[in-house]
Design a protein around this ligand. Sequence first.
Ligand SMILES: Nc1nc2c(ncn2[C@@H]2O[C@H](COP(=O)(O)OP(=O)(O)OP(=O)(O)O)[C@@H](O)[C@H]2O)c(=O)[nH]1
Ligand SMILES: [Zn+2]
Length: 187
Amino acid sequence: MIDKKKIEEAVCLMLEGIGEDLDREGLKDTPKRIANMYEEIFSGMGQSAQKHLSKTFPSEGSDMVVEKDIVFYSMCEHHFMPFYGKAHIAYIPDGQVVGLSKLARTVEVYAKRPQIQEQMTAQIADSLMEHLKPKGVMVMIEAEHMCMTMRGVKKPGSRTVSVAKRGEFSENDKLETTFFHMVGNHG
Ligand SMILES: Nc1nc2c(ncn2[C@@H]2O[C@H](COP(=O)(O)OP(=O)(O)OP(=O)(O)O)[C@@H](O)[C@H]2O)c(=O)[nH]1
Ligand SMILES: [Zn+2]
């Protein structure tokens, strides 16, 4: 559960730390605004994707389901700056499919918390394997990290691509090739 009072106190300390005047008109509501914002952008804290992935439907219709270009925003846990981009998810059903929106909801659960990209990629793949129990899962995330663009090494436009493969995707390279074809040219 997010402690908004604590966040407000911390924001006051940070503003003091950078030499700001806490009584300045423009900053009056800033601690409260940031606490409200953190409640929203860290709403995945303590959540599991289980509640989204437990409602399944029987289906023998498809060898592979791909949901691509799922836009997400997350926060780099090292610098507390945004990283954002697209997630692509594929799974091979084992007689059961899940509502399409639930794949995007799963991405949200793991994006809305302090994160690193590789861990988010693995968590999405693992939660699908655990709760949907498909024959295989593949997740690819491509993102731009603001900690690499507006500060530090300052390389705007550079993108980080991460992949997690589980089940049949780990055993069969052809499935991986099909996934890349379906997702499009991301080379
Ligand atoms: N693997 C990985 N690294 C990340 C991610 N987000 C940020 N980083 C990196 O985390 C590293 C933290 O490095 P440190 O040397 O501890 O911190 P720093 O001095 O601020 O590093 P610079 O960004 O190089 O200035 C940096 O190299 C970031 O690019 C991520 O999602 N995955
Ligand atoms: Zn960072």
